[in-house]
Design a protein around this ligand. Structure first.
Ligand code: HEM
Ligand code: HEM
Length: 179
């Protein structure tokens, strides 16, 4: 694959580390952990922020000065980092979260998440992102963004999130964070 992780690391140290951590493990729930995410997915998101297809003012600013090579290098670097395990904080939400993730909700035609994000949340090659070990707050925001359809769009996820209730989104986000 394209991309030189050592060159990516130089940008990480001065720019990205403040929010995503030097090894891609972020502390604040609003900033996603991007360690161990697939290289193709990382590149696709950087490009989407830069073109404004995925709308986020912070990441629009961060990607404005990046070249296509920079984005390949950054994606290569973060894809090689290791995500740290996380524990679900609100254990009361886990039974509903597990049901949505592993079975879905047949009544409202929500499919099982694991069909595309894998039984352990590690994602599937290459376009289906890792979701396990992610901050629950970030996951819940992405589901809400897909559902609203303004800041983030995706054929599959817009449809799926559109069928989910707030309670289901919150529960599955909590379950995923502990995967
Ligand atoms: C999201 C990379 C700098 C804050 C993302 C995502 C990537 C990324 C790939 C999407 C993750 C996903 O879809 O799972 C980078 C790189 C950076 C950088 C390579 C350096 C060039 C920063 C900085 C901040 C920041 C400095 C904070 C000031 C955020 C936030 C999101 C995000 C808040 C989530 C946006 C949303 O809610 O949709 N970043 N980032 N990033 N990043 Fe960065
Ligand atoms: C992205 C959750 C089911 C395909 C995402 C993201 C989340 C998520 C949180 C964003 C990841 C990030 O920003 O790092 C879920 C949940 C599901 C579910 C909770 C079950 C209710 C599925 C299914 C498919 C799928 C069944 C395939 C048919 C995708 C794809 C993306 C994605 C392709 C990347 C979208 C993009 O490029 O912007 N999902 N997902 N997901 N999901 Fe799902």
């Amino acid at each position: 694959a394209k991309g030189d992780p050592a060159k990516g690391k130089q940008i990480v140290d001065t720019v990205c580390a403040a929010c995503h951590g030097v090894d891609g493990n972020s502390v604040a729930a609003a900033n996603p952990t991007i360690a161990g995410q697939s290289q193709q997915y990382l590149y696709s998101q950087l490009k989407a922020f830069k073109t404004g297809e995925r709308k986020n003012p912070t990441m629009l600013g961060m990607t404005a000065g990046l070249s296509d090579d920079d984005m390949h290098n950054l994606a290569a670097y973060f894809s090689q980092q290791k995500p740290k395990d996380r524990e679900a904080a609100d254990k009361a939400l886990l039974p509903l979260g597990a049901k949505i993730y592993r079975v879905g909700n047949p009544a409202s035609h929500v499919p099982a998440c694991m069909a595309c994000h894998g039984p352990a949340g590690k994602g599937l090659p290459e376009q289906f992102p890792r979701v396990g070990s992610q901050h629950a707050g970030y996951i819940a925001k992405q589901l809400a963004d897909f559902k609203a359809g303004a800041d983030r769009k995706n054929l599959m996820m817009t449809d799926i999130a559109g069928r989910m209730t707030d309670a289901e989104m919150k529960a599955v986000a909590e379950y995923i964070s502990g995967l």
